[in-house]
Write a protein that binds this ligand. Structure first.
Ligand code: PRX
Length: 561
């Protein structure tokens, strides 16, 4: 099969010889190298003190560009803030193993709170800012979070009386309420010296809730020992160099915004840009120019929205510091690739991975040819394959389950409170079954072919159909509901809902709008169906679950072709 090829880039890359490294690399050695003599396992040491001890204390760790605030922190300044917050947690009687939820917009307080909590051995539960009451309550209850950092606006979505474990609430902005503490005054009063809570590499670091197809989101438990996995991929895939300014546009409510938003680049002492506020094509280009971003990690939907804004927008800015662009989360379409080549003279490097894998798994590398449409080749140390439903490896060009041989540093170690769910990922030993379909070509390049289950990927954000169906069915007009991803030019997929109406209700655009708002205000805006279709019934499997294959067929309009 002929695929358009973009040749390997000339130049001095961190990874020059992929094939040799695949043969010679093993994670055990790199783990030893990473931890060195110190053997300190707490990841906050590796992103702060380690950098300071190698002379990077005065280097900028974080540029923050918000709509109302612009700030910068050196590694030493960041460390002092982190220590102060760690001391606030001590004062509140919080310690090792306690869960602390961070429900915040992208602001410096989020990053400081994350590392301060981690320093004291707490387990962070990130909650994406767009989640509404049901989703927030579900995550706080399931993790039994003892503490929460949020702001006064978002606090309105936290049903405190239904959360008996939640004892401490710190507000970063918007006034104070009974039973809350002011983040800034507490941090202001605290000492800037703090020691570590000793942790084991296998101790939990954060619990990230990821949507499943037929049930509540799963709390994926990630551990401190993810660090060497982030470290090697930031080196080989992101090609980070000491003088880079790195911008990963993902929100830390999602895995990308945690793993590569700050942890991975800071493990290398690289300067990170965080932009607050909503997406805006012109503002994005402006900050790329202003901060002289050299490595940019984003997603196809964002690229497509910049393309849609037109050359009059992106063409106005001097973006020639950009030397490496990467993409994640959804298929990188050919139009986006062509745009990047034309606008910046460089290709975009696609990376495939998941909340469950915790780190980049299958990627394109600067030292290798890119085959358009391929997610690339496995990261050295990772064995990927396409397997059938019994776990047998399939030959090239056969579509099957995209699988990874279990056991890499950043792999999620458990599903919080539901070990059985975790084991389901490993039902075909020795493979971790991703839930994605793929095929491989004769050169070992992989090609993503969509989800096997019904999980929806809209604008790179993962939506569980079950959660949306549950919410829709709570509405008096809806007797039954089935939700699927429908292909969309800009967003990759949109959420489409098929509904059966209860007696006495008739379909109208007003009702559609009401249902949209109902999901938006109860669950999350990104999970709200853009389209509806009324049906007589929703197809079910023999065990009574929504038949996701039939629904997918409906969404693809297969019968109408
Ligand atoms: O379906 C795959 C898609 O995103 C899913 C994982 O979503 P999440 O856990 O939210 O993590 C997203 C970013 C790490 C995968 O199962 N996906 C991820 N990367 C790609 C992708 N689809 C196509 N191309 C990719 N490069």
């Amino acid at each position: 099969m002929n695929k358009t090829i973009i040749g390997a880039l000339p130049g001095d890359h961190n990874l020059m010889n992929y094939s040799e490294l695949v043969l010679n690399f093993n994670f055990e050695e790199s783990i030893r190298e990473f931890y060195g003599e110190a053997k300190e396992a707490n990841i906050s040491y590796h992103v702060l003190e380690k950098n300071i001890s190698r002379g990077l204390g005065d280097k900028i760790a974080l540029y923050y560009e918000g709509d109302e605030r612009q700030e910068s922190y050196t590694f030493s300044q960041l460390q002092r803030q982190v220590n102060k917050f760690a001391n606030v947690l001590d004062k509140c009687g919080l310690g090792k193993g306690d869960r602390i939820a961070l429900f915040l917009p992208r602001t410096p307080e989020l990053y400081i709170s994350f590392l301060g909590a981690v320093k004291k051995g707490l387990v962070v539960v990130p909650i994406f800012e767009a989640f509404m009451e049901d989703a927030v309550k579900e995550r706080l209850l399931d993790s039994a979070a003892a503490a929460l950092v949020t702001n006064a606006d978002l606090l309105a979505r936290v049903p405190k009386q239904e959360l008996p474990e939640l004892k401490t609430i710190l507000l970063t902005k918007g006034g104070q309420y009974q039973g809350t503490l002011d983040w800034h005054s507490e941090v202001g009063m605290a000492s800037s010296e703090s020691g570590y809570c000793p942790v084991d590499r296998e101790d939990p670091l954060f619990i990230l809730y990821a949507a499943g197809a037929d049930g509540q989101p799963k709390g994926l438990v990630h551990v401190h020992g993810c660090a060497p996995g982030l470290w090697v991929t930031a080196n080989w895939v992101h090609d980070l160099k000491a003088d880079d300014v790195y911008w990963c546009t993902a929100d830390p409510g999602w895995i990308t915004g945690i793993a590569y938003g700050f942890l991975a680049p800071w493990l290398h002492g690289v300067t990170v840009l965080v932009k607050g506020g909503r997406f805006d094509a012109a503002r994005w280009c402006e900050v790329l120019q202003k901060y002289r971003v050299s490595v940019w990690y984003s997603a196809p939907t964002a690229f497509r929205m910049i393309i849609a804004a037109g050359k009059d927008t992106y063409g106005k800015y001097d973006l020639n510091r950009l030397r490496h662009i990467l993409s994640v989360g959804e298929p990188l379409t050919e139009d986006v690739m062509q745009w990047s080549q034309a606008a910046f003279g460089i290709p975009i490097y696609d990376t495939w991975w998941m909340s469950e894998t915790g780190m980049n798994m299958i990627c394109n590398f600067r030292c290798l040819d890119i085959k358009l449409g391929s997610i690339g080749k496995p990261v050295p140390g990772i064995k990927a394959a396409v397997v059938d439903d019994l776990g047998n490896e399939l030959p090239p060009y056969r579509i099957g389950n995209l699988a990874i041989k279990a056991g890499w540093p950043a792999m999620a170690r458990d599903v919080w409170g539901n070990h059985q769910k975790y084991l389901e990922y490993f039902r075909l030993k020795p493979w971790f079954i991703s839930g994605d379909a793929a095929y491989m070509d004769e050169d070992g390049y992989f090609y993503f072919q969509g989800r096997v289950d019904g999980i929806i990927n809209t604008a790179g954000e993962r939506v569980g159909p079950w959660e949306v169906e549950k919410k829709l069915k709570e509405h008096p007009a809806v007797k039954d509901a089935g939700v699927a991803g429908k292909p969309d030019k800009i967003r990759g997929e949109i959420v489409k809902a098929y509904i059966v109406l209860n007696q006495g209700f008739t379909w109208s655009e007003n009702l559609a709008q009401e249902l949209r708002n109902y999901v938006k205000t109860g669950l999350a805006a990104h999970a709200s169906p853009r389209q509806f279709e009324v049906k007589e019934s929703i197809p079910k499997t023999p065990d009574g679950k929504v038949d996701r294959k039939v629904l997918r067929g409906w969404a693809l309009e297969l019968g109408k072709r």
